[in-house]
Design a protein around this ligand. Structure first.
Ligand code: ROI
Length: 165
């Protein structure tokens, strides 16, 4: 019997070497991971860097996957995908070609050295919460629908990208 199909929410970010192409390519690649389908993707957003300001703006998006992988098996796949995009970890909070964050995995709570679910920073980051709320405005997180949480964040540094951008 195959394991149950579960829903995983992924945050994507890039600010190096053609960031829009990295994010768009990764959205396609997420749909081709083993035992996994991409069900939905947010628009792309341009956002000023959180952390060191001496780096380019980011392109961010959020995707919803249906998967039969476990959270750690999915994390392995996401990290392998980052590697294939030439991700090099230089400094903390430095620029990157592709960052894939596992945000939520159904309603699972996980505390492991490699993985914390829900993602501990997601509720404070407009570049995560706004695209997530675009896909799932009524999803309840910490007792509040995402649309309400997202409305309380400072979104001045975030703008949806248009096709001609
Ligand atoms: N800032 C923005 N705007 N978008 C990101 O995806 C992002 N990712 C990061 C840090 C360096 C914290 N800053 C970011 O990892």
């Amino acid at each position: 019997m195959s394991p149950p199909r579960q829903h995983a929410w992924i945050g994507l970010g890039s600010n190096l070497d053609g960031p829009r192409e990295h994010v768009e390519r990764a959205l396609g690649e997420l749909d081709r991971l083993p035992l996994t389908r991409r069900i939905a993707a947010s628009r792309l957003y341009a956002s000023a860097p959180l952390g060191p300001a001496d780096q380019p703006d980011y392109i961010n998006a959020v995707a919803l996957l249906a998967t039969r992988l476990s959270p750690l098996a999915l994390l392995d796949q996401l990290q392998a995908l980052e590697q294939r995009h030439g991700r090099v970890r230089r400094r903390r909070w430095g620029p990157r070609t592709l960052d894939l964050d596992l945000l939520l995995f159904d309603d699972q709570r996980v505390t492991l050295p490699r993985l914390t679910l829900p993602h501990p920073e997601m509720a404070r980051r407009a570049f995560v919460l706004v695209p997530l709320a675009e896909l799932a405005p009524s999803l309840v997180f910490d007792g509040q629908p995402l649309a309400h949480r997202a409305a309380g964040l400072d979104t001045r540094n975030l703008r949806p990208m248009l096709p001609q951008d």
